[in-house]
Design a protein. Structure first.
Length: 367
């Protein structure tokens, strides 16, 4: 399993994905119980306040960490792993100030690990949380009072890790399906080009051989055959251009229609400057890929209200007014797109949008 598997919500294609953080935060209501217990404990007021403070700090770090997971979509991020370590440290401090009540942090640790750490570390971390809880309860000889909590802790840990496993499998399946679609498209294009060129090249080969044999025997007929070769070659070139140009035009036009639909469905206002016919036919396939990846990132990550797509002969520009790219790592999709477009001689740029807001993705060729 890749350690860069996207986090919960990073592949979502609808506007409700931006509210995924609520799935994390709503459970913080259960931290009210250890906070109340800490404040009602029979100890000096200063220690009781410190105990409540530990609960509040734990909740705050948990919220910030969850937000970071939703924003980065990257389980390999050191920052995300650092939040988990911080939560462990706070739990340890809570054990001193809260006693067994600090066990209430256990389900939160297991959940955060399941949805923020790379495989297999989220499994290992969940097991450590459960075993740690069991060890503390046994050491305190409090199984009678806390045995029910252990059942909850184990259930939560197993549940969230099973959900994570199913999500990973779903993403892997999507990747395989996309690969199959790409392979099928390549085969279709290869068949189309073969159908156009196969017959023409065969005829050209035969006529070239005939002209070569006639050159010393019947010069007039040889000239006629050479002229015929030129005519067939020109016609074949036109057929190839029409076939490839038609495929590319349809591909870019289709991607533009898909982009409009995806952005509108996500509640993002879309403006398009230019039409696919404005684009050089030799660039349309690459720009179709670029447009698809750019719009996917706008919908999934930008939280934008508006997006503008610009098409000209030798360039594509996609601007949004979302959260921007500062501090964000490029995912596999953008890295793969950059490699693909630079192989064609294009320049790939991903930068802060106009006016210092949002993001601008641009793919262009020298003119």
């Amino acid at each position: 399993m890749s350690t860069a598997t996207p986090a919960i919500g990073s592949r979502a294609s609808n506007p409700w994905a931006r509210w995924g953080w609520l799935m994390w935060v709503v459970w913080l209501l259960f931290l009210v119980f250890p906070a109340v217990s800490a404040f009602q404990a029979d100890r000096p007021l200063a220690l009781r306040v410190l105990g409540v403070g530990v609960v509040v700090v734990f909740g705050a770090v948990y919220i910030i960490g969850a937000w970071r997971v939703m924003e980065s979509g990257d389980f390999s991020s050191r920052t995300v792993g650092g939040f988990f370590v911080a939560l462990l440290a706070i739990t340890t401090a809570g054990g001193v100030l809260l006693g067994l009540d600090a066990l209430a942090f256990g389900p939160f640790l297991a959940s955060f690990a399941a949805f923020s750490l790379p495989a297999p570390w989220h499994w290992v971390s969940g097991a450590v949380v459960v075993l740690g809880g069991v060890a503390v309860i046994l050491a305190a000889d409090a199984f009678a009072a806390w045995g029910g909590f252990l059942v909850i802790l184990v259930s939560v840990t197993v549940g969230v890790n099973v959900v994570r496993f199913l999500i990973d499998q779903s993403y892997d399946y999507d990747d395989v399906q996309q690969g199959l679609v790409l392979a099928q498209e390549r085969e279709r294009v290869a068949r189309d080009v073969h159908d156009v060129l196969g017959h023409s090249l065969t005829v050209l080969s035969v006529k070239a051989g005939l002209a070569e044999r006639l050159i010393d025997v019947d010069r007039e007929r040889a000239r006629a055959e050479i002229a015929e070769i030129g005519r067939i070659a020109r016609e074949s070139l036109g057929e190839v251009r029409a076939t490839v140009g038609g495929l590319r035009a349809a591909g870019l036009a289709g991607e533009l229609a898909e982009a409009r639909a995806a952005l509108s469905s996500a509640g993002i206002e879309v403006h398009v400057d230019g039409v696919p016919a404005d684009v050089d036919p030799s660039h349309r396939t690459v720009l179709g890929w670029a447009l698809r990846e750019a719009v996917t990132n706008v919908v999934r990550h930008s939280r934008a209200a508006r997006c503008r797509i610009g098409l000209v002969a030798h360039a594509l520009t996609v601007d949004d007014d979302g959260v921007g790219v500062a501090g964000q790592r490029r995912g596999h999709g953008l890295r793969g797109l950059e490699e693909r477009v630079t192989e064609t001689g294009a320049t790939f740029t991903l930068e802060v949008g106009p006016g210092g807001q949002g993001t601008r993705l641009r793919v262009s060729w020298p003119t």
